[in-house]
Design a protein around this ligand. Sequence first.
Ligand code: ADP
Length: 396
Amino acid sequence: MPNPIAPILQPYREELITQYTRVFRTQMFTSRAELRPAEAMQVVGEEVAILLQETLSAEEAFARGQVLCQRGVSLQIITNLGRVTRQIILTGAEQSVGLSLLDIYDRYVNGVLEGYFQETEKLILSEQERIRGALQRAVGRYTIEIKEVQELAERANEANEFKSQFIARISHEVRTPLGGIVGMSEMLQHGIYGTLTADQKAILDRILNNAKNLNQLFSDLLAQAKIEAGQLHLNASPIVPKEIVESIYMNCLPLALQKGLALKTEIDPELPARILGDEIRLTQILSNLVINAIKYTHSGSVLVRVNKEPAQKWSLQVKDTGIGISPEAQAYIFEPYRQVEESFQGQESGIGLGLAIVSQLVSAMYGTITLQSRLGQGSTFTVRLPYQVVSVSERS
Ligand code: ADP
């Protein structure tokens, strides 16, 4: 069908294209056009040409709208096109002609919009379908992965439990005969089976020392296995800090004297005599620190201090005049199985679990451990813990 409006619009052709392009260019950067500016200009140009040269039936306009949609032209561009055209017609054509033109334009724009909407709807539906499929596949994969992770976690738990049980069994199997060795050696040492020669006594001392070290090693392994398996349970019963310090002092004094070291203790009289705590674990923390201090000190002293701190806290401090710890080593010595190579010359070393256990126990008690040390100038380990005073009813 020949375009009845084409001859009327012909004189305005240049003006229309210029207007479209100008308005469109200014709106391009503020509107939500999905095309790049150059592509959008081209589409606008095509639309103007269609309006000027052909008349599109509603179906053709509809098809045109679908094409525009497939090219990604946004709805806003199409409505802009209609609005700008109206302005030009109203200002550029005689009113009577303008009204019938508006009618044709409205049909054109409506047809285009309808095609656009339908195509957009189709696109949205197919996109929804695609997303639904992808989602189903992802959910399927996710379900399988969750199952796999659960199985792995179960297997890891079983392995961990097995490891803890295994270590507990081995520790028990080893510590029982070790207890026998220590006991019998002590009987020999005390002369129950007759007086020993100096050589025999020296050898017996070494047997006892090695047996005690082995015993410590297995009790560390057992404690670490328990912590890793989440089986560490703390008690809160009334304890007397002074008694804990004294018992550690008595146990460690022979070790210190053997090395010619002075072992001293200081207890803050301000600290309540009885507080709530886990005696076994507190003893483990303090004796680990004191044994280390003696182990890594060649001359001088080891001082154990227990203080009352502000804000319902108390501290256990072990200060030595030993070999000290370099800043690099300070960064890792609290990790399990980590040791400082240089410390071992001529030493009986452990397996690097002592400080890891101490720091994990301290954390479990909501406390902190800090270390001040310089190579060759000794070390000070300070454990700070919250405390609760034992109430009258708990004493009885
Ligand atoms: P280990 O069984 O080797 O003693 P620990 O975890 O108790 O394991 O200590 C880790 C490392 O930290 C030790 O190997 C030692 O090098 C260093 N260390 C611990 N305490 C001291 C200390 N008081 N003085 C110097 N070095 C220390």
